[in-house]
Ligand binder design. Structure first.
Ligand code: ARG
Length: 559
């Protein structure tokens, strides 16, 4: 129910306001003593040659009160509306239906979301947590808003790093070792290779040669490459399952590289390709986008070329209405160049390419030392979080039926919330210690609030009693408004491509419930007021259930 609209409908429009959109002007009051909503009258002053106060007073005489308002007041140029909580709550809660949280805004239009997309020659690092969770949450939000969604993972499975891994494997390693130690063995080969090639030109050439053989699908080397990618992907998939995500399409850079020659031809035909010193480029200086290298003279393709090839091919295959790319903010130029080149190639979908950048994610210093490279490895963070979750859950006094399942959900919630609680474009440091507290703005606090709601509902049996909403105080009414506003919050989060808006709102709802619960008993001994409060608890539980899913948190009935 749109409360502002409802209020506006209760104002009789006299001639001078015939074109006024009262709904747009009404806003929620900051404090309850100024009413719940108010209408500022300053904007009318000039046209009507009257003071805001006088206008507010004349509007006051035009208000129909059929029980919606407890009182309507004029103060300092504002019309303040004090809603009748019983009337509004009853209207909202008796009409509430969880299915109404599934919107049809998208009209089944197809959105491809390219996220996660790791370079699989290296272990996933903690930065990958951000693209994965932001992307997954957006995928769920678009689905909830009535779009069709395809989750695409553009694997970085191309380039000399694979020559190095295979080089290392052939020189120092063995297939037995790879079989036994999996991705860890591959990482070791890679790191040793990088170290040893530093002042060894021959070794560098060796890696390049191997990579060339991969590209030529050499009978000996190509199967090794495929085997390695499979191992890397399997290990990544294990992490995806911990995080609760999976993808529809894993075709990556190697796959789309096969269409690059066609793209190069097309760029040539369309007069976009220019020969520079050692490469063929597209000059984007007219658009302040620098120059984009498409093909080096030695025939090497680039990340951008492969992305152009991928987006054209994906368009032909999927006929998407929109494609979102969720990556680090460092790739802004890359995606601007991509859209511009697609536009210059005169494809109709250039405007449907959208980059969704995010800020850095880091751990407090020394928390989890990075085994390799600069950034901590994601699997280490996940292990650490799982272990902490185990301590926290097993330390609780009562017995839970399946503690392992609970631990897993708590770990996932903590990790995913650590990403989504922060505004998308901001950098953030994950406070691993605070994250496990049951107080404050944490995932366990949210999960726990939900279990409280679930437990109340489990205890309630008395269904067919008429509900008496007169017991609703300001705290209860706050919750009613939250429930009522949730779809609006979903729409804002979708429009801004920022699930932190949802995470924040869900946290506010949890806090508001706990505030309500300190002074309100739900099962209060009176069948009629209990029935009203149960309707509120149920609507809140249902809304949170949808909300939790959107921020990639599984609910728990008990913890
Ligand atoms: N593999 C890239 C990286 O790790 C991200 C790829 C994003 N997706 C894309 N289609 N370019 O930085």
């Amino acid at each position: 129910m749109n409360i502002k609209k409802l209020i506006a409908e209760h104002i009789n429009k006299t001639a001078e306001f015939s074109d006024t959109d009262f709904e747009a002007l009404i806003s929620e009051s900051i404090s309850n003593d100024k009413g719940n909503y108010s209408l500022p009258c300053f904007v009318f002053s000039k046209a009507l040659h009257k003071s805001p106060q006088a206008i507010a007073e004349s509007l006051l005489t035009q208000i129909t009160n059929d029980g919606l308002f407890d009182k309507v007041e004029v103060v300092g140029g504002y019309v303040n509306f004090f809603l009748n909580k019983e009337y509004v709550s009853k209207n909202i809660l008796t009409r509430f239906d969880i299915s109404e949280l599934t919107l049809n805004d998208g009209d089944s239009r197809l959105v491809l979301i390219d996220y996660c997309s790791p370079n699989v020659a290296k272990a996933l690092h903690i930065g990958h947590l951000k693209t994965t969770i932001i992307g997954e949450s957006l995928a769920r939000l678009f689905t909830q808003c009535g779009y069709r969604v395809k989750r695409v993972n553009f694997l970085g499975d191309y380039g000399t790093p694979f020559g190095k891994i295979i080089g290392g494997l052939l020189k120092w390693g063995s297939f037995e070792e790879v079989k036994a130690r999996g991705i860890d063995a591959l990482q070791d080969y890679y790191i040793r290779f990088c170290k040893e090639e530093a002042d060894d030109e021959a070794l560098q050439q060796y890696a390049r040669d191997i990579f060339q053989k991969i590209e030529q699908k050499d009978a000996e080397i190509y199967p090794i490459y495929q085997y390695i990618v499979e191992i890397a992907l399997d290990s990544a998939k294990e992490m995806f399952s911990t995080l609760g995500v999976s993808f529809d399409d894993y075709r990556g850079e190697m796959y789309y590289n096969q269409y690059v020659p066609k793209i190069i031809d097309e760029l040539k035909q369309k007069g976009l390709l220019v020969q520079s010193q050692d490469a063929q480029i597209v000059d984007l200086n007219d658009y302040d986008l620098s120059t984009a290298v498409m093909l080096k003279n030695d025939g090497t393709t680039l990340y951008l070329t492969r992305d152009i090839s991928a987006v054209v091919s994906r368009y032909q295959e999927y006929k998407f209405d929109k494609i979102l790319y969720v990556t680090d903010v460092a790739q802004v130029l890359h995606f601007k160049q991509l859209s511009k080149i697609i536009e210059l190639m005169a494809y109709p979908f250039s405007k449907d390419i959208e980059h969704v950048p995010y800020g850095r994610y880091s751990l407090p210093d020394g928390k989890i030392s990075s085994r390799k490279g600069k950034q901590a490895v994601l699997v280490d963070l996940i292990d650490y979080i799982k272990q902490k979750a185990t301590e926290v859950i097993k330390g609780r006094s009562f017995t839970i039926e399946r503690p392992d399942a609970v631990v897993e959900k708590v770990a996932r919630a903590v990790l995913n919330y650590s990403v989504l609680k922060v505004e998308r474009t901001k950098d953030c440091v994950f406070d691993t210690e605070r994250a496990f507290s049951f107080d404050g703005e944490t995932a366990p606090y949210m999960l726990y609030t939900y279990t409280r709601l679930a437990s109340i509902l489990r205890k309630y049996t008395d269904e067919s009693v008429s509900a008496d909403f007169s017991c609703f105080d300001n705290d209860a009414f706050e919750l009613v408004k939250y429930v009522n506003d949730f779809t609006a919050t979903m729409r804002i989060a979708l429009e801004k491509r920022d699930s932190s808006i949802l995470a924040k709102r869900i946290m506010d709802m949890c806090k508001a419930f706990n505030k309500f619960y300190t002074t309100n008993k739900v099962l209060d001994g009176n069948a009629n007021t209990t029935s009203a409060k149960i309707q509120l608890v149920r609507a809140l539980r249902d809304t949170l259930k949808v909300g939790f899913n959107l921020i990639c948190i599984d609910t728990l009935e008990e913890m």
